[in-house]
Design a protein around this ligand. Structure first.
Ligand code: GLA
Length: 391
C-alpha cells in the first residue's frame, strides 16, 4: 500500500472505531544509526538517519474544556491489547504497560512543560519492526508529539520536542536513553544522515546516497529482542558516568583519544574499556563525516568495522547473532558492517556493493541456519524524511 492509501485507510479505520473523522494523520520514522553508538548520553556525536518505516497516528481532540473531558482513548492496529483508556489528569510515570506508555508518556511530558492536553482519541499504525533496534518506540513518541504540538498550538521547536520525548522516555517509560533516536526521527531529511552534536543539539545534514556509489545499506534484523529498560543499557551508562567522574570531565565527550593512555592509569580495567569505546567512537563519527563529505560512502567501511569491534570487545554490548551477521556479511562482500542501536540484540547494518547484495543476504541466512538461530529479516534502507503531517 502506498502512503496515500495507507493514510486514507488509517483515517477510515479511525472513523469506524471512534465515530468521527480524525483531525489529521501524522507520521514519524524509525532510524538506523550509521555510526556513533552510546555516544549520545556522553554529550558526543552521532550519525543516524530516518528510514522509510514509520509510525502513523490519526488523532482527534474530542473538544470540550479540559475539566469536562480529560479522557484519552488509544488503539493500535497491531498487538492484541485492545482499546486503552486513560485520564489526562491521572498519568503517573512507570504505571502504564504496553505500547500505550509511549503516547501517554508524551502527554505527561507535555503537561510537565505546562502544556494542557485535552482528551483525545488516537489510532496508531506502524511498520517499524518492534524490538529490532530501529527505534519503534521513538517513532511512536515523535509522531504523537508532532501531532499534539500542532493540535494544542504548543508551538514547540524540533529541539524542544527532542527534549520533551527524551523526558517521556527517561522519566515516564523508564528507559535511560539519550537523544539520538528522536533527533533522527524529528530532524531527518531524505537523502541525508543527521550529524548531531549531542552537547548542544546542533545538526548538520550530511548527504548519504549509497546508491550513487554503487552500494546498498542492508539491515539485518537478528530477531533477538532487546529492551533499553533492562539492566545492560543502564549499567553501560553508569560506567560512562563513573569514567567521567574519575577523569574529572563534564562528560566523556571531553576526553580525547590522546588522553586514553593517561586514563588507563586512573580507571579500573572495565571502566577503561567502556571509556575507550566512547572516546574512539566519537573520533570515528567525526572521521566518517569527513570521509563521507570528501570521498563518499565507499570509504567508510573500515570505520563501521572498527565501531563493531569496539562495541563487541570494549563496550561488550554485542551478541552471537549480531557478531555472526557482521562476520558473514563482511566475508561475503560487504565493505563494512556493524551492529546498530543500543545492542544486546536488534539489528546490524552492512554496507554492500549492489552486485554482492544477493550473495551477502544468502550468506547471512545460511550462517544463521547453520548456527541454529532464528532466520533473520534482511532489507535495504535509504535516508527518508523526518516527522511530518500526512493529511
Ligand atoms: C538507543 C538509545 C539511544 C542511543 C543508542 C545507542 O537507541 O535510545 O539514545 O543511546 O541506543 O547509541
Amino acid at each position: 500500500m502506498n502512503t496515500t492509501a495507507r493514510t486514507g485507510a488509517l483515517a477510515d479505520r479511525f472513523e469506524a472505531t471512534f465515530g468521527m473523522e480524525p483531525h489529521g494523520v501524522w507520521a514519524a520514522p524509525g532510524r538506523v544509526n550509521l555510526i556513533g553508538e552510546h555516544t549520545d548520553y556522553n554529550e558526543g556525536f552521532v550519525l543516524p538517519f530516518a528510514i522509510d518505516n514509520r509510525a502513523r497516528t490519526a488523532i482527534r481532540l474530542r473538544g470540550g474544556s479540559l475539566r469536562e473531558d480529560s479522557r484519552i482513548r488509544l488503539l493500535s492496529t497491531y498487538g492484541n491489547q485492545g482499546l486503552v483508556e486513560a485520564d489526562t489528569a491521572a498519568l503517573a510515570p512507570g504505571a502504564v504497560k504496553g505500547w500505550a506508555k509511549y503516547p501517554l508518556g508524551v502527554v505527561w511530558a507535555l503537561q510537565q512543560r505546562g502544556i494542557d492536553v485535552p482528551g483525545f482519541d488516537l489510532l496508531l499504525d506502524s511498520d517499524v519492526p518492534l524490538g529490532a533496534g530501529l527505534s519503534s518506540s521513538h517513532a511512536i513518541e515523535c509522531a504523537v508529539v508532532t501531532a499534539l504540538n500542532e493540535l494544542t498550538g504548543a508551538g514547540l521547536t524540533a529541539e524542544e520536542m527532542v527534549e520533551l520525548t527524551h523526558n517521556a522516555e527517561n522519566a515516564f517509560v523508564g528507559a535511560p536513553t539519550g537523544i539520538m533516536d528522536q533527533s533522527a526521527s524529528l530532524r531527518g531529511a531524505r537523502g541525508h544522515a543527521v550529524f548531531l552534536d549531542c552537547r548542544d543539539q546542533s545538526v548538520e545534514l550530511v548527504p548519504f546516497r549509497a546508491q550513487d556509489a554503487g552500494l546498498v545499506l542492508l539491515v539485518i534484523d537478528t530477531k533477538v529482542a532487546h529492551s533499553h529498560a533492562d539492566g545492560g543499557y543502564a549499567s553501560r551508562r553508569a560506567s560512562c558516568e563513573l569514567g567521567a567522574e574519575v577523569l574529572d570531565v563534564k562528560a566523556l565527550r571531553d576526553v580525547a583519544v590522546a588522553d586514553l593512555e593517561e586514563a588507563s592509569g586512573l580507571l579500573d580495567p572495565m571502566t577503561l574499556r567502556r571509556v575507550r569505546h566512547v572516546v574512539t567512537e566519537n573520533a570515528r563519527v567525526l572521521q566518517a563525516v569527513d570521509t563521507l563529505r570528501s570521498q563518499g560512502p565507499a570509504r567508510i567501511g573500515h570505520l563501521l568495522d572498527a565501531s563493531h569491534a569496539s562495541m563487541r570487545d570494549d563496550f561488550e554490548i554485542s551478541c552471537p547473532e549480531l557478531d555472526l551477521a557482521v562476520d558473514a556479511a563482511r566475508s561475503h562482500g560487504a565493505i563494512g558492517a556493524r551492529m546498530t542501536g543500543g545492542g544486546f540484540g536488534g539489528s546490524a547494518i552492512a554496507l554492500t556493493p549492489v552486485g554482492d547484495e544477493q550473495q551477502v543476504r544468502d550468506a547471512v541466512v545460511r550462517a544463521f541456519a547453520e548456527a541454529g538461530f532464528t532466520a533473520p529479516d534482511i532489507f535495504t534502507v535509504t535516508p527518508a524524511a523526518g516527522a511530518e503531517r500526512l493529511s
